[in-house]
Design a protein around this ligand. Sequence first.
Ligand SMILES: [Zn+2]
Length: 185
Amino acid sequence: MSAETNPPETPAAEQIPGFVCPVCGETHVLSIAYSVKMPLAVLKIPAEERDTRIVMTPDQCVIDNREFYVRGRFLIPVQEIEEPFAWSLWAEISPKNFLRTNELWETPGRENEPVFTGYINNELPLYGEMRNLVIDVQTMPVGRLPHFLVRDAEHPLAQQQRNGITLAEVEAIAIKMHHPETVTE
Ligand SMILES: [Zn+2]
C-alpha cells in the first residue's frame, strides 16, 4: 500500500521508527513482516540430495514428488497502522489441492476457491509448538500469497488474528526474533 493512500494519522509501515532494544541496547528496525524461506522438511533432506529430490520456487515446494508445500501468510491487524503484520510460513497441503492451486496459478477469480486444509511445516517458538498446526488456506487473487488462518480459535495466533495487536506487541515480537534466547516457551 503506498503512502499516498494512507490518511495522515495512520503512518505507512516504512515510516515506523526503529526502537532501542532493552536486551542489547542497539536500535532495531521495527519490522511488520517476517518470512521463513523453506519448509522444515527441506532441512531434513541431506544437502547433497536436495537438488535431485526437491523442486522449489519462492512459493511452492515438492519433495520426492509426494510431499507438497505452499508458502502463505498469517495476517494480524495492527491497531495503530493500516498495514497488517505478517508471518510468511510454509504449509503442507494435499496433492489434490496442490494440483488445483497450480492449475489456477494465473487464473483471475481464483480467490473464489473454497478454503482448504493445510499443516504448518515450520517452527515459530513465539507461539509454542507450531509444527503440523492445522490451518485454513484461503486462495488470494493472482500474484498474492494465500492467507493462512489458524483453525483452533483458542490458539494464541488465532486470537491475534482475530483481535489484532498493538505496535508495542510488534516491538516485543521484534525483540524475540532478534534474541531467540529470550523466548522461554
Ligand atoms: Zn537487541
